[in-house]
Design a protein. Structure first.
Length: 328
């Protein structure tokens, strides 16, 4: 969640750390002084990590409470919100769950939910995750399944979100990204720098069939059977689009790559648009780059790579099977 402007008509809350977890850690350290090495070093590591995490949770909770605002009225993005409730909430930090008290505000319009100044100011993600916890969770789910990510979190021993929470988070963030995708991509692209050593830019386009939960497997099988044809092929699969824009030096060594993936879409239209914009930005910086296009023999891929890419002032090479002839 992006941070938003919050102004209060009264002082913000301040708290002081009770320090119980820190006292426990200090006692643990003091008790180790002068003693022989731990007989079970693994148990020592786990015990130490647990106590360190407790200190971290205390500090995170204290800092979150400092971001809270307890006032009769606050301005959120310039709109007056009135205090409606003060209660506790649990947030998931990278060190584990923390529970803090915060104030909720509302415009008191029908159907409009109450909001927390603490959550807005801290950048709490999807009403539950602290920014660092969300970043770590999304990274894990990008490389593993939610179930595997849940197991890894349990093994690490700090934050331990459920498989369902790990499954929901990237979907929720993906929806927010998609709603403002063009603006976000433009911002990210503005910070990309073509490597100085680059002499070639390669654009690739492809697709891969993946099983889809809502791929209509049974319907397709039934339709095939009704038409008197034998069932064959990957029913219930759809084509996920994937593409890259890569930069190479004079020796042909890859320097960097922008990787793009999109869920199934007719003729991969959004993916093609993004690839064209990525290439256009690169050629805007370095118009002398040699362009290489890479794909298999699918006609649709080459229709795009040959006809829809930005200005190609430099020589172009094509890598891939010979182009297939279109049917009648």
């Amino acid at each position: 969640m992006a941070k938003r402007s919050v102004a209060a008509g009264a002082p913000e809350r301040t708290t002081s750390t009770k320090g119980k977890a820190l006292d426990v850690l200090k006692t643990f350290i003091q008790e180790r002084e002068g003693k022989p090495p731990a007989g079970d070093f693994g148990a020592f590591e786990r015990d130490l990590r647990s106590k360190m995490a407790e200190v971290e949770r205390d500090l995170v909770a204290e800092e979150l409470e400092r971001l809270d605002v307890d006032a009769p009225v606050v301005l959120i993005d310039g709109v007056p919100h009135r205090r409606v409730l003060r209660c506790e909430e649990t947030y998931l930090s990278a060190a584990g769950p923390v529970r803090v008290e915060r104030t909720l505000y509302s415009t008191r319009r029908d159907g409009e939910r109450a909001v927390s100044a603490l959550e807005l100011r801290a950048g709490i993600v999807e009403k539950y995750w602290t920014p660092l916890a969300a970043e770590q969770a999304v990274f894990m789910v990008a490389h593993m399944t939610p179930q595997e990510s849940e197991a890894l979190c349990a093994k690490l021993g700090h934050m331990q979100p459920s498989k369902s929470s790990l499954d929901r988070l990237p979907k929720q963030l993906g929806g927010e990204w998609e709603a403002q995708r063009e603006s976000f991509e433009k911002t990210v692209r503005a910070g990309d720098i073509v490597p100085v050593e680059a002499v070639t830019v390669a654009v690739s386009l492809d697709g891969v069939l993946v099983p889809m939960r809502d791929g209509g497997r049974e319907e397709k099988r039934a339709r095939t059977s009704a038409e008197g044809r034998p069932a064959s092929g990957p029913a219930g699969y759809q084509e996920v689009g994937c593409g890259t824009v890569s930069f190479y030096d004079a020796a042909g060594e890859r320097l960097s790559t922008v990787k793009i993936g999109r869920m199934p879409e007719f003729k991969k239209s959004t993916l093609k648009k993004i690839l064209a914009e990525e290439l256009g930005a690169a050629l805007g910086q370095r118009p002398e780059l040699k362009l290489v296009t890479v794909a298999d023999g699918a006609n649709d891929n080459w229709d795009f790579l040959h006809g829809a890419l930005p200005c190609r002032r430099a020589p172009q090479r094509r890598l891939g099977p010979p182009r297939m002839a279109k049917g009648p």
